[in-house]
Design a protein around this ligand. Structure first.
Ligand code: C2E
Ligand code: CA
Ligand code: CA
Ligand code: CA
Length: 279
C-alpha cells in the first residue's frame, strides 16, 4: 500500500473501495437472483379520480437478498442496467406482472390493468418487442391491459429509434406512459410526435404541491399540456387529502401514492379489489 500524506486521502480511498466492493458483491449476487427465485413483485394501486376505484397497479420489483434482506430497487436497478442484467430481470418482471394481472382477471376483475417499468437500456434494445410479444402470448393477457412506463430521459435518447420502438409497441396494442415527467430535459414537442397515452407527474412535484407555488404551477402546466394533447395524467406520490383536492380541481385523472396504498403483495391487492366490490 502506498503511503499518502494526508488522512483525508486515505479515508477517501477507503470509502471508494468500500462502495465499489459492495457494488461488485451486489452485482455478483444479482447474477443469480432470478434463477434463485429471490426477486418478487409488489403492486401499488392506481385509482381513477372520477370513480375512486382501483383501475390499475404498478409492478415494482423487490430483491430478497439471502444475507442483506430486502434490497430496494434504487440500489440494484442501476447496477442491473449498467451490466446488462436488466435484460433478464426485466423479462422476468414483465412476465410476472402480466401473469399476475391475468390472475386478477381470472378472479373476476377483468378490467384491471398493470404497468411495468422499462429501464433505459431495455428500451434501447429491439429485443424488448419480442419480450412483450412472448409475454402476452405466454400469459394470455390482453395487450391493452399492459402499460409500459418509460422514463422521460429514456425517451430523449435517440428520437428516431424511440419513435420506431413506440410505434411498434403501440401496434401490439400495449399502452405507454412517460414516467417521472418533468424531471428530464424535455423538449415537450416529443409529446406531439410520440404515441404516448399517459403522463405520470413525478412525485417530486406532487410532494410540496400545496405549499410551493412553483410546484403547483408546474403541476397545473403539465396537466393542461397533457389535456391539450388528449393525454391523461397520473399523479404519483400522492400522500394527503389536500393534494388530492388540488389535483382533482385540475382534472388529473389518476392517483397513485401512499394515501391510497403502499406497494403491496399480489394477494393483498386482490383483497383490495374484492373489498371495493363488496356490497
Ligand atoms: P418509480 O417508477 O418512480 O416508482 C415509484 C416509486 O415511488 C416507488 O419506489 C414507490 O414505492 C414510491 N412511492 C409510491 N408512492 C409514494 C408516495 O406516496 N410517497 C413517496 N415518497 N414515494 C412513493 P420503489 O418501489 O422503491 O422504486 C424505486 C424506483 O425503482 C422506481 O421509481 C423505478 O424507477 C425503479 N424500479 C422499480 N421496479 C422496477 C422494475 O421492475 N424495473 C425497472 N426498470 N425499474 C424499477
Ligand atoms: Ca414507474
Ligand atoms: Ca415515477
Ligand atoms: Ca422515480
Amino acid at each position: 500500500v502506498k503511503r499518502r500524506g494526508g488522512n483525508g486521502f486515505r479515508f477517501y480511498d477507503r470509502t471508494m473501495n468500500a462502495a465499489s466492493a459492495e457494488r461488485v458483491a451486489l452485482e455478483a449476487d444479482l447474477r443469480h437472483a432470478v434463477e434463485r427465485d429471490e426477486l418478487f413483485l409488489e403492486f401499488q394501486p392506481v385509482l381513477e379520480a372520477a370513480s375512486g376505484r382501483i383501475v390499475s397497479a404498478e409492478a415494482l420489483v423487490r430483491w430478497n437478498h439471502p444475507r442483506l434482506g430486502r434490497v430496494p430497487p434504487d440500489r440494484f436497478i442501476a447496477i442491473a442496467d449498467e451490466t446488462g442484467l436488466i435484460v433478464e430481470i426485466g423479462d422476468w418482471v414483465l412476465n410476472e406482472a402480466a401473469r399476475r394481472c391475468h390472475a386478477w382477471h381470472e378472479a373476476g376483475f377483468t378490467d384491471m390493468n398493470v404497468s411495468v417499468n422499462v429501464s433505459a437500456m431495455q428500451f434501447g434494445q429491439p429485443r424488448l418487442l419480442e419480450s412483450v410479444r412472448d409475454t402476452l402470448a405466454r400469459t394470455g393477457l390482453r395487450p391493452g391491459c399492459l402499460m409500459l412506463e418509460i422514463t422521460e430521459s429514456s425517451l430523449m435518447q435517440d428520437a428516431e429509434s424511440t419513435a420506431g420502438m413506440l410505434r411498434a409497441l403501440r401496434n401490439m396494442g400495449v399502452r405507454i406512459s412517460v414516467d417521472d415527467f418533468g424531471t428530464g430535459y424535455s423538449s415537450l414537442s416529443y409529446l406531439k410526435r410520440f404515441p404516448i397515452d399517459v403522463i405520470k407527474i413525478d412525485k417530486s412535484f406532487v410532494r410540496d404541491l400545496c405549499t410551493d407555488e412553483e410546484d403547483a404551477a408546474i403541476v397545473r402546466a403539465i396537466i393542461a399540456l397533457a389535456h391539450s394533447m388528449r393525454r391523461s395524467t397520473i399523479a404519483e406520490g400522492v400522500e394527503t387529502e389536500a393534494q388530492i383536492e388540488l389535483l382533482k380541481r385540475e382534472r388529473c385523472e389518476y392517483f397513485q401514492g401512499y394515501y391510497y396504498g403502499r406497494p403491496m403483495a399480489f394477494a393483498q391487492l386482490l383483497e383490495r379489489l374484492e373489498s371495493q366490490d363488496a356490497p
